[in-house]
Design a protein around this ligand. Sequence first.
Ligand code: PHE
Length: 337
Amino acid sequence: MDLEHLQTEIETDLNSVVSLAALEEVRIKYLGRKGLVAELTSSIPQVAPETRGIFGQKVNALKNKIFSLIGEKEKFLQAQENIEKQNDLDIGLPGIALELGGIHPITQTINEICRIFQNMGFSVVEGPEVETEYNNFTGLNIPLEHPSRDAFDTFYLKKYEKLLLRSHTSPVQVRTMQAHTPPLAIIVPGRVYRPDAVDASHLFMFHQIEGFLVGKNIKFSDLKGSLEIFAKNIFGPKIKMRFRPHFFPFTEPSVEVDISCIICQGQGCSVCGRKGWLEILGAGLIHPNVFKHVGYPSGKYSGFAFGMGIERIAMLKYGINDIRLFFENDLRFLKQF
Ligand code: PHE
């Protein structure tokens, strides 16, 4: 086969190619497994030994040449195709609508609660989720090696003995009081962690809102009044409240606060376990030992504190019966808020 002739032949072939499909046919004709170049290559052993080397080099050079010719043509055709596609563009077609995201129901609930307290003059403060043992326990009058610690079962960070994932938002009381002198009216939303087995009402991570107010002559009635305003704002004006004596190491006296069941209005139903009441938060007057730990002069200040679980409030408010729904990111659930 005449190599020079072959090169002219491919140039003629390429000149008549006008589509990528036709180019592929040309490629197969020359470079395919049974193509002309393959044929040439397999004929090399038959060439007389004196000219075989030169012939082999020429075949190789021709092969490279064909490669680059086809490559160039391909680029050219591709560019042409792109231009044609642009000409097909119909700018009159309606676009694809962008869907707006929404605010997560937990964030919505946090915002709503914060807003209610901000309207009463509270400021929003946040604290770290990795806390010291001191701020989570000792500073809050929860002695180490004391049974009351069991109520706050905790994830410790193994490598750093004295660090843990906070089991409540109350350590922010300690942080804030260490850094500032009263009057203080603070609200603290945030994540907390407890090693609980996951079920419809427990997760190992959930959200709380802590509130505390410190000043001179702060009384239990101030706590009651503030919580009353909160409950009516979030659950509606008809809601009733009930304060039950309780124990927390960091408040004295301590209470648990119930609201009249929002499903049955206190008649008794399955949601409230026939009691007519739903527990929503823990609270009390700040224990003198907490003031002592943050270095406030003894007897000078008094205050109240409360803490509530956000998921629980949101579940009651929206009638949600499984806490896990908040974190499964199922759009069918999330889109309802
Ligand atoms: N920290 C308590 C808890 O997690 C709630 C609480 C806060 C109670 C402040 C009283 C005062 O259960």
